[in-house]
Structures are given as structure tokens and as C-alpha cells.
Design a protein around this ligand. Sequence first.
Ligand SMILES: [Cu+2]
Length: 124
Amino acid sequence: MMTIMVMKKRVYLAGAAVVLVAATVLSATLSSVSANAQSRPAPAQEVKIDNFSFGPATLTVAAGTTVTWTNRDDIPHNVVSTADVFKSKVVDTDEKFSYTFTKPGTFPYFCSIHPKMTGKVVVQ
Ligand SMILES: [Cu+2]
């Protein structure tokens, strides 16, 4: 009786090991898929506004990319190009502003409500 119970436990453990291996292989496959997606030029990129800062502060994109700023802060901000290339309205919490960069160059910007908040988009 004891022997059978021990054997059943072994079979159960072997089954668990197979599931574990399958999960590992699956997650390895999934991470290689997402690595491939990252190596392609992304058609859209995001900048998060939070805690009085733009993140990432410098975003590098390919020409033709639409950049979307999302305000995750609990106070309103805006996104104003230093060289007057683009200018958002006031972006409230969880609202977004998007701009499509067609020409290569460096585009610094800031929040005109809090001018110490700065960032830039580098378009290649
Ligand atoms: Cu601001």
C-alpha cells in the first residue's frame, strides 16, 4: 500500500517536471518573439509624463514615427517644442498628445507650465 502511494507521488512529480519544462520553453519562445519585435523600427513610441518629468527624457526614433505623450501624473502638463515645431494643449491626467516626426533632427521640448520639465526626441 505504501509502495503504491510513493509510486503515485513519483508519477505526479514527473508530470509536474514536464509542465515546468514546457512552461520554460514557452516563455523562452515568447521572449525571443518580443526581442524580434524590438529590433524592428517601431511605428509608434511613448513618452510617459510622471512625477514632473518626461520618461524617457531622450527618445530616439526613426523618421515617420508617431510619438505619444501620456500624462500619468495627477496634475496637468503640456508638451511644447522649443523650436515651435509642435505644441500640445494642456494634457490632463491620463490624457494623451501625439505628434508624427517626419524629418530627421533633434527636437527639444518642455512643459510650459513647469519649464524645468524638459525632454527631447531625436529623429534619425
Ligand atoms: Cu508640467
